[in-house]
Structure formats: C-alpha cells, structure tokens
Ligand binder design. Structure first.
Ligand SMILES: Cc1ncc(COP(=O)(O)O)c(C=O)c1O
Length: 391
C-alpha cells in the first residue's frame, strides 16, 4: 500500500472527527518517526504525550512481547500478577491508597466523578477550572471548562461548574452545600500550558480539608515523570485525595488509573463501578516496564536536565523572535505563547519535519520524550528557529 491508498481508506471509512496532517507513519523509535515515503520526522509531541519514553521503548517492547505470549486478558473477577504488581508500584510511588484501573484519561476522570458523588452522599457538585481539559465523555465534557468543547452537546450532565484558574477567591465563593470535590490539572495542557501557583495549590488543599471536599488532581498529561517528578503534585508539597493517570502510563498501550487515598477507597464497592478491560495483564506489563525505565534509566533526572536545556534554548528563540510572548511550563512540558501566527508556525515546523502541537490557537506545545537528548533538542530548536523566521 502507498500513502495515498492509506489516506483513501481513512477518507472512505474512518469517522471524520479529527484534523489530520498529511503524514502516514510507518514506524517510530525514540524521538523519531518515519513516514510511508521514508521521510524522517523529529517527534516533540509523541502521540499526544502518550509515548513518554519515546516510541517503541525497548523495555516496553520486551515486556509486552513476553506478556502477550503468556496472558493477554483476564476478567476482573479473577486475579492476575501484573495488575497487583502495578497497583503496588503506583502506590509505593505516590500515597497510601488503592488503584482502580481503566483504559483512558476520560474513564479515569469518570471514575473520579462517580467517586465524588458516592463520597458526597447527596453533595454532587465538582468544581473544575476554566481552560481545563478532562476528556470527551459527557461528564468529562461538562467538567472541561471550555465552551468550545461543550457546544452542541447540551444538556450536559449537571453538577459541574468551572472557576478561573489560580483564583482563590473565585474558588472559595463557588463552594456550596452541594459541593463534593474540586478537580484541577496542576499544569493545564490543552488549555495552553498554564502552571498552577504553589500558593493556590496549597489553598485548594486547605479549602478541601476545611469543607470536607475531595481534592482531585488530573495527572493524565502531567504524570509519569513529565514535569521532572514522577507525579506533578509532588512539586507542591501536598497530597491529593484522588489522582487520575493515563497517557504515558502505558507508553502507547491503552491504560488509565484512578488512585484514591486508602481511607476513602472503600466508597466504590463491588457493583458500583467497573471496566471490562481495566488493568488487563498486557497493559499492566507495559506500564510496569515504564516504571522500570524511569527508575533504571534515571529519566526524572534527564527530564529535569533536558527541560532546563530546552527552556534555555526556547528563551534564546524568544530574544531572537519578538513574536514569542512567553515560554512557560515545567520539566519537559513547555508552552511557547505567540502574539500571532502560532498555527502557521506549527505547520511550518511540520513542513520542516518537526512534530509539535498548537493549542488554544496561540501556544506551541512542546513535550518531547523523557529520553530526549541534547542533540535532538538542538535540532528541534533549529527547525523552530527557521520556521519562525519564515512564518
Ligand atoms: C489532562 C487531561 N485529562 C484527560 C484527558 C483525556 O484523556 P483520554 O483522551 O485518554 O480520554 C486528557 C487528554 O488529552 C488530558 O490532557
């Protein structure tokens, strides 16, 4: 098959609910992908932050290959070793809790909303942040503080309201007798790489204690080392009640998780929530390999070092190109806000064989793999430099 035939199949048979670039990917390794016509692209947004270790990381490939020969799936009415070991791994690296496994970020957040309602015993409201993004199911759409995601889907499920991010007063005012939980991303990814103020996060924590609300952090995008800590909440010196994970948890094998403090984990009992595929041995084996890679290859350190280096290079570009308004983010989750032409700059990068993302129409989202090298950052920033020159 050639490129046009593949694209033809999509045109004829695949739902047209995505905007796709003119690239058919044949294979990928690390920070690089190869197109069907053998062009090489430098991937600084691998799989929408899913391939956190880079594409086809050898530990994940090995673990999945081994697991697939032994046991792919069992129902959650039985036990399997990989799920137990992965839950232990997550808990040993986060807080004294328990894990519910599912398959995606939206599912992990859905579980969190159900948990909040069961916890609330009549209190049902979840407060989220404006410009947040929590997924595409109906409840997640209601939770997402962006009108453009909600348009056309009313009536949305009740019980969600969003307040301006990093605004203590607005949050405090929004709490009512019906409130059960507050959910936030510590760095809003889709919303344009906006980082939560440390002061604000501590305030949210205290407010939740004060009103007996669940503090729920959506770490679907920030989790698994992306910010230089295994989980972003650790930068803030607080512990949430609930944390949701997905994306790079399986480095490409679909898996999601809701992590809940042990003292409230009994709220969802048998029959109250479930997932057919959740925590299956194949996905859990992949995820165990992700943890192993992060530990053994010292990837948190690399994320910190390369994050600093990339930030410095982007800072240099800001000096050279006044169109760049701000560089922000943490670790290897960086945003470059532009005063104009961000979508064109992103397209220009694509034409110059660098894959990045543009969000909110004004911010370039740059999230290379945690294994990225200095040389790759040099290449990427050079392409960005040339692209900004031309756009
Ligand atoms: C912070 C956050 N939460 C939830 C989701 C939804 O995840 P999924 O697409 O796996 O349902 C995303 C996806 O981009 C996300 O960035």
């Amino acid at each position: 098959m050639d490129k046009n035939m593949v694209m033809g199949l999509y045109n004829d048979y695949v739902m047209q609910n995505y905007t796709r670039s003119d690239l058919v990917i044949k294979k990928a390794r690390g920070s690089w992908v190869w197109s069907m016509d053998n062009e090489m692209y430098l991937d600084f947004f691998p799989g929408w932050a899913v391939s956190g270790l880079g594409h086809c990381h050898k530990r994940v490939v090995k673990a999945v290959s081994r697991q697939v020969k032994q046991l792919i799936h069992v129902s959650n009415n039985y036990y399997s070793e990989a799920q137990g070991r992965l839950a232990e791994k997550i808990i040993m690296n986060s807080f004294n809790g328990r894990v519910f496994f599912c398959n995606s970020g939206a599912e992990a957040n859905e579980a969190a909303y159900k948990l909040a309602r069961a916890f609330g015993q009549g209190r049902y409201e979840v407060i989220t942040m404006q410009k947040s993004f929590h997924g595409r199911t109906l409840a997640c759409t209601a939770a997402t503080g962006q009108e453009k995601c909600q348009k056309g889907f009313s009536p949305l499920p009740r019980g969600f309201k969003s307040v301006p991010f990093n605004d203590k007063e607005a949050l405090e005012k929004a709490v009512t007798d019906n409130t059960a939980a507050v959910m936030l991303e510590l760095i809003q990814g889709e919303g344009g790489i906006h980082v939560a103020d440390p002061d604000y996060v501590r305030f949210v924590r205290e407010l939740c204690f004060k009103h007996n609300l669940l503090m729920m952090v959506d770490e679907v995008q920030t989790g698994m080392g992306r910010t230089g800590q295994l989980f972003c909440y650790r930068h803030y010196g607080i512990e949430p009640d609930v944390m949701t994970l997905s994306k790079s948890l399986g480095n490409g094998v679909p898996i999601g998780a809701m992590v809940v403090q042990k003292k409230i984990s009994g709220i969802l009992g048998p029959g109250m929530h479930a997932s057919t595929f959740g925590g299956n041995p194949l996905a859990c084996a992949a995820s165990l390999a992700v943890f192993e890679a992060i530990e053994k290859e010292k990837l948190l350190q690399n994320t910190h070092n390369m994050g600093e280096y990339l930030r410095q290079k982007l800072g240099e570009l800001k000096v050279a190109h006044p169109v760049i308004k701000e560089v922000r983010g943490m670790g290897l989750m960086l945003g470059v806000e532009m005063s104009t032409n961000a979508p064109r700059a992103c397209e220009c990068c694509f034409n110059n064989k660098l894959l990045i993302n543009c969000t909110q129409g004004n911010t370039l989202r740059i999230m290379p793999s945690l294994t990225v090298t200095k040389g790759e950052i040099d290449q990427a920033t050079e392409i960005l430099d040339q692209s900004l020159e031309r756009c």
